[in-house]
Write a protein that binds this ligand. Structure first.
Ligand SMILES: NC(=O)c1ccc[n+]([C@@H]2O[C@H](COP(=O)([O-])OP(=O)(O)OC[C@H]3O[C@@H](n4cnc5c(N)ncnc54)[C@H](OP(=O)(O)O)[C@@H]3O)[C@@H](O)[C@H]2O)c1
Length: 313
């Protein structure tokens, strides 16, 4: 498994990370049970994954803590997040600390490597910065977390408003960014700045829902066209992708999706969200294949130039 540096943190991790949220939550969304979730985590560790992402909101911290009881590989990087809102208000400093303490307890550790503020909306960003970051920095001083991260709410913030603002502040060592075959806008809007400042990037939404199959992608693209800056030109992506699959250059759309993100220069660690050991192994093998063919990319990428309205949700 190839390794990468996580920006200026000095952390080194596998280039692929296990995500435990999204639509799978290690299989919890399909009621696959805790034993299955533990198997997925152990299978990831067995093949050399050394980055695991979770969050208070996913309900998967405890099962990850359980899986790690069976052995935590040296150098494993644990990333979790807290929900900064509760109901219709933002959390108080005491509630932020209580969230961190609960995560540490669930994960059965006394320090988390990366602690993110989860899904920050652009309008909330200034308040998060003023009221929560000082609390988090004090927690870092007390040794409960090593690096501070922020994740965008990509489903609604497809143009990266929050992260464009956040890259201007020094407190964030890590950013979780939405990037996939349908939305390359982070390349210009986020990665230029993160690369210049040594901020580590984690890729979410590589497949999400729209890129699971050609059928789903066809319906998704048809629904998106005609509004919010998405014109029918993007439908030309469908024959191009069919050509990739029919020509044997990719076995599946998910393979194309993971390969596309894996080789993006601005992205450090690509998260794979699954509740299936079989999918996990397949995706790890797929993501380690070479970049998509240059002639495909030359035809495909211009169709999405200037399109920042799709998440693939
Ligand atoms: N704002 C945030 O902070 C935020 C938001 C979203 C995600 N995340 C993080 O990013 C991680 C990745 O989430 P994502 O939604 O972006 O994951 P993803 O890897 O883009 O997509 C996962 C979806 O694809 C399916 N899938 C995966 N491999 C497949 C295969 N080989 N064949 C068919 N279906 C396949 C999964 O279902 P199966 O379970 O059936 O494999 C799941 O529904 C999350 O787990 C989470 O850690 C963070």
């Amino acid at each position: 498994m190839q390794e990468v540096n996580l920006g200026r943190t000095g952390l080194r991790t596998s280039a692929l990370g296990l995500g435990s949220g999204g639509f799978s939550r290690l299989g919890a969304s399909q009621n696959k049970g805790d034993d299955n979730a533990v198997r997925v985590v152990r299978a990831a560790l067995d093949v050399g994954i050394t980055f695991i992402d979770t969050a208070q909101a996913y309900g998967t911290e405890a099962v990850i803590g359980e899986a790690l009881q069976q052995g935590r590989p040296p150098g494993l990087v644990l990333s979790t997040k807290f929900s900064y809102r509760t109901g219709d208000r933002l959390k108080t400093p005491d509630e932020v600390v209580a969230s961190l303490d609960a995560s540490l307890k669930n994960l059965r550790t006394d320090c988390v490597d990366i602690y993110h503020v989860h899904g920050v909306r652009a309008d909330d960003y200034p308040t998060v910065l003023d009221t929560m970051v000082p609390v988090l920095l004090r927690q870092r001083e007390s040794g409960k977390l090593r690096f501070l991260g922020i994740t965008e709410a990509f489903g609604g913030d497809t143009a990266h408003r929050t992260l464009q603002r956040a890259v201007q502040d020094d407190c964030w060592d890590v950013m979780m960014v939405g990037f996939n075959l349908l939305n390359h806008s982070a390349r210009e809007r986020v990665f230029r700045a993160t690369q210049a400042r040594g901020i580590a990037t984690l890729c979410m939404f590589a497949v999400r829902q729209a890129l699971i199959s050609m059928e789903r992608l066809g319906s998704y693209l048809k629904m998106q066209t005609g509004g919010k800056g998405v014109d029918a030109r993007v439908l030309q992506a469908l024959p191009l992708l069919h050509g990739l699959l029919d020509g044997g250059q990719c076995e599946s759309l998910t393979e194309a999706a993971y390969r596309y993100c894996r080789h993006e220069p601005g992205l450090d660690c690509l998260l794979i969200g699954t509740g299936s050991v079989e999918h996990l192994r397949q995706n790890i093998a797929d993501a380690q294949k070479p970049p998509l063919p240059p002639e495909f990319l030359a035809a495909f990428e211009p169709l999405f130039a200037g399109v920042a309205a799709m998440s693939g949700q």
